[in-house]
Design a protein around this ligand. Sequence first.
Ligand code: NAD
Length: 417
Amino acid sequence: MSGDNKNPYDNICSQLEICTTQLGMDPGIHEILTHSKLIHTVSLPLTMDNGEIKVFTGYRVQHNDARGPYKGGIRYHYEVSMDEVKALAMAMTWKCAVIDIPYGGAKGGIVCNTKEMSIGEKEHLTRRYTTAISQFIGPYRDVPAPDMYTDAQTMAWIMDTYSVMQGYSVPEVVTGKPIELGGSEGRTEATGRGTAICLRECARSLDMPLKDATVVVQGFGNVGVHAAMTLSSMGCRIIGLSDSRGGIFNPEGLDPSKVLAHKIETGSVLGYPGSEELTNEEILELECDFLIPAALGHQIHEKNAGNVKARVIVEGANGPTTTEADEILSKNGVFLVPDILANSGGVMVSYLEWVQNINRQHWSLTEVNQQLESKLVTAYKNVWDMKEEMGVNMRDAALGMGVSRVANAIQQLGLFP
Ligand code: NAD
């Protein structure tokens, strides 16, 4: 799942190695952190609508639970691979620690192309996958959530299948559910909203005005849409947007709500009135104040990093920048807010949803958004302060914070036996 061929797991392990060296960490603890605790591969036979039997492959990787139950999204995409899921599970461990919520990291995925599947096929595949991993998940064991090409409906099917198997309703087994089933107010928009909050805090810390700041968003899905809408309401000018089919550009600014309506009607952002069409490569290379990659991993790599003209990159997607690209961007003076901070709003509100579920409560949108705002502002400030203190960049500071919190938890728990 990448714009280059670098293995995503090698990429995150290189980041970890740089970080543990900077922290002077015990090599044994480093070794523990490079391994996933549990790795599950499941085969999922399914009768398709045309009567044909197809066998899909699903994964669930549980990286580390020293700080609490595993937590992480489930992705449906034809390029899902074990190494990608392992990398994303590890990133979840650091993310939960950076924002200081009591979870470990996990991730799941099914190799499939949802664009070629009917709603019924998607439902059956989801229920089969849930059945296959049901003994490894649970409210105090591992709590899945949506990711690329999965949504609240997918979570409802998982909740229902798991509940049927338990014999009673277990809403707290997944987060990102529909509101009627115990989902939290504000969860759908939380990741994009959190990305916008981090961008705003970044503008503040770099003394960049937010009013009329130019923003480009790659990937106009859940994260991209809500980041663009929130930033537009903060006064930013969204000049470029893209989806899997290509990008659109208007230097005067695009209205994200109207582009969304156009995408719902036509299936793509392309053809939006008054915009110029660009390729996905060109979108990443537009001159702008802020670039938000909010689609796939490894979109900014060593071949195109030198062409990035944004002053700041705020990573809405997971792993959109390779380590080689990081070095090039840093030499070129591009400031970067890393994924484990910039897209942590989703897991933050997932945590709030889980807390509401286990306490059988339902909070107002205002209450949820206030908690998201205050927790993310604190996390941003902590990472910024660590960056200043250690004299490193934001990625190394965020990783340093996450990794050292997990390492401390492992040391306090001790090794059994
Ligand atoms: P989504 O499926 O809702 O949207 C993905 C969007 O990316 C779609 O608009 C799709 O057309 C577009 N896209 C696909 N390939 C593209 C390409 N090559 N170039 C440009 N656009 C492309 O997914 P999402 O939930 O918005 O997730 C996006 C990213 O954010 C992923 O990396 C995901 O892991 C990460 N993320 C999501 C959440 C969440 O709560 N949804 C939380 C944290 C991180």
